[in-house]
Design a protein around this ligand. Structure first.
Ligand code: KG4
Ligand code: ZN
Length: 338
């Protein structure tokens, strides 16, 4: 079975082809970063319009890269949510239409399940069960994963997502959108220990998190200090350290609570080196292991949608002749795979 996956939930158009036996055959990505940079964040209407322009050309490119034609594709997977409704509708409508034209089924995919399963595309995929730390621009949650579709949310951010906190803090520091990777690069030159940021909600039990206070703490630290390059790097370091330490403390609790030893990190912030180091240190202490996707599959991409779509299609799930676009869609509402 060969699936073409389409991702258009936010500001990246991703298309990929996944083969059940051969694995990933091709993947194409177009980032809208430049389009939104002037506005300091994603402008939903511009995102939708750009997906309209880019999706079909990328489908053609993905087929060409894999040396395939439409006759070689057995199903179309598209991101149905969560995400920006206009952007989702573009991918869903194009995906469903192509499926109709090619006479194959179309399957709606949950974006965060795509992220969660992205490490399955790597050579050393995580065996079930595991704890998943999903850290993206829109969501931050810790999920107990028993199998595909068997997800229990153990904790989540009650306000900003970790990626959102990175982006907002980066913006305060005058960095371009999306600032997460830029802030992280700036932090590499930072002096450990010069500033100390709080670890929100770690002084009380539970696995819920909060990151909006760190942005305010950053704003106060920025305004209370000089704006020289070293100070900026030191603030970036302290902010990143606080986010990563907080996530690691919560993951440690999740491992203790469930008795598990394996951690999967996925979503844009799983590209963060400091976070990977912290969680690797944690896993080492408990004799466990950390799994994450290659960097390009941490952020939004079509490969994870093709992979998740294949699992769902094999389970008999399709959107019939309808189109599904669901901006809010809790991951624990997904069905277990039979
Ligand atoms: O998963 P993703 O591509 O999109 C959503 O589903 O939201 O995640 C994007 C987020 C952005 O907030 C971006 O700043 C953050 O991931 N991000 C990072 C890094 N790379 C991407 N944050 C911190 N460090 C990074 N290296
Ligand atoms: Zn994402």
């Amino acid at each position: 079975m060969r699936i073409l996956g389409i991702e258009t939930s936010c500001d990246e158009t991703g298309v990929a082809i996944y083969d059940e036996e051969k694995g990933l055959l091709s993947h194409q990505l177009y980032s809208q970063v430049k389009l939104h940079a002037d506005y300091g964040g994603v402008v939903p209407e511009l995102a939708s319009r750009d997906h309209v322009k880019k999706t079909i050309p990328l489908v053609k490119e993905a087929l060409k890269e894999a040396n395939l034609t439409s006759a070689d594709i057995d199903g179309i997977a598209y991101t149905a949510g969560p995400g920006l409704v206009g952007a989702l509708l573009v991918g869903a409508t194009i995906g469903r239409s192509i499926a109709y034209a090619w006479d194959v089924p179309a399957v709606p995919v949950h974006h965060m399940e795509g992220h969660l399963l992205a490490p399955m595309l790597e050579d050393n995929p995580p065996p079930f069960p595991f704890i998943a730390l999903l850290v993206s621009g829109g969501h931050t949650m810790i999920v107990e994963v028993k199998a595909i579709g068997e997800y229990q949310i153990l904790g989540e951010s009650i306000d900003d997502a970790a990626g959102e906190a990175f982006d907002k803090t980066a913006k305060l520091m005058g960095l371009d959108y999306p600032g997460g990777p830029l802030l992280s690069r700036l932090a590499e030159k930072g002096t450990p220990g010069r500033f100390k940021f709080p670890r929100p909600m770690t002084d009380r039990p539970g696995l819920d998190m909060s990151f909006s206070g760190l942005k305010t703490f950053a704003a106060n630290t920025i305004s209370g200090n000089d704006n020289d390059e070293q100070t900026r790097a030191d603030i970036a370091y302290a902010f990143q350290e606080a986010v990563c330490a907080t996530l690691a403390i919560k993951c440690k609790r999740a491992l203790q609570q469930t008795g598990m030893k394996r951690i999967v990190i996925a979503g844009g912030v799983s590209a963060n080196k400091q976070l990977r180091l912290e969680l690797e240190a944690l896993a080492k202490k408990v004799g466990g292991e950390v799994y994450y996707p290659r960097t390009e599959f941490c952020t939004d991409n079509g490969a994870m949608i093709a992979y998740a779509g294949m699992q769902r299609l094999k389970n008999g799930e399709t959107s019939g002749l309808g189109v599904k676009a669901q901006p809010r869609w809790p991951i624990d509402q997904l069905e277990p795979i039979a």
